[in-house]
Write a protein that binds this ligand. Sequence first.
Ligand SMILES: Cc1ncc(COP(=O)(O)O)c(C=O)c1O
Length: 408
Amino acid sequence: MDKSKLAYFGGEKTVKKEFPWPVYSDKEKKLIVKVVESGEWGKSSNPDNYVAKFENAFASYIGVKHAVAMVNGSVALRLSLLALDVKPGDEVIVPPMTFIATASIVVEANCIPVFVDIDPRTYNIDPDKIESAITPRTRAIIPVHFGGHACEMDKIMAIAKRHKIAVIEDACHAHGAEYKGTKLGSIGDAGCFSFQSSKNLTCGEGGIAVTNDDALFEMIKSLHNCGRKTGREWYEHFNLGCNYRMTQFQAAILLCQMERLKEQTERRNENGLYLSELLKKVEGITPLRAGSEITLHSYHVYPFRYDKSKFHNLPKSKFALLLAAEGVPCFMGYPEPLYRQPVFKEKNFLSYAIPEYVNYSDVHCPECEKACYEEGMWISQNALLGTKKDMESFVMAIKKIQNEKVVF
Ligand SMILES: Cc1ncc(COP(=O)(O)O)c(C=O)c1O
């Protein structure tokens, strides 16, 4: 096999190692068997129930008073927003470069997502652009800690306080990550996490909402449990909730996975910083800024900016194909800002009560568009669980592509 030839065209791969995910041991298997044999498969009021144990363990890990585990991160976000008692037509500020749920759950609460552009240095919502998007109808901001990179929470919380609006942190990428020594998810009114398969803490599917606010907690808890209330009868339903409870199987897996989270987060953080040092020296690759306020980065993804002019004008989608073929677990990134997705452009909002005047076809967030269409891509979190040598091999793969003039 030709070593110098790109792997995509039949040459030898630069990175031969696999980076398995999820990581597990016999402990997960044994605990699942134990749940099967217990006959108690769902959440219950039994204090030994794994869901309750996991909620307590996660709340204390994040440093908050309360946690409600549920079916996924999207529902955690939606119930947190509903629990703020939002009204139809209220506005919620979100970034446009994120997973669909950050914005779609806003519509599912009969509210209007208002997109605010990202900062190209961090790919997070640009706090300096938030205030001009606030109107008398604004009820909340949902900052996304993209890839586990903490948003500028001091600025965001100050804006929220000034305008008396709530902050729900979308921490679905940010398990264990910190801003100025404080765990993400614990800074806003509520914080939401996902445990979907790719996430740094996973049980296949799942989510959790955390908060220090007692009233918000009681409402989120009620909404995820068919509108019931703590201490009241099983058949009394006070709020329009539904069954979004987590199973014991999910919680048992998560309890085992949590034992690895601290060490894994530290390893990803260390490798991410090392990779940035190396990539800084590669012309055409710009690592994102990780300032001193980011005391721990979870690198759910390792995003970077790609300049095709330094890669023989190879579009980022093609570059991502070549890099993946070289054995680097990577993705071309979100190909489009959320407001350009048909659901928003065409306002395919089912029966949700979004006013006629709302129109996403005029929205234009230039930094997000540049990131999606030209520059932004990422390496997956499992790759950052490798060694320093592995990080060096990723850089070698990038340089190998740079040194070839590829014609597709
Ligand atoms: C930023 C972000 N927010 C929300 C979610 C929703 O989480 P889930 O898939 O668990 O519903 C995800 C999941 O991919 C996400 O990446």
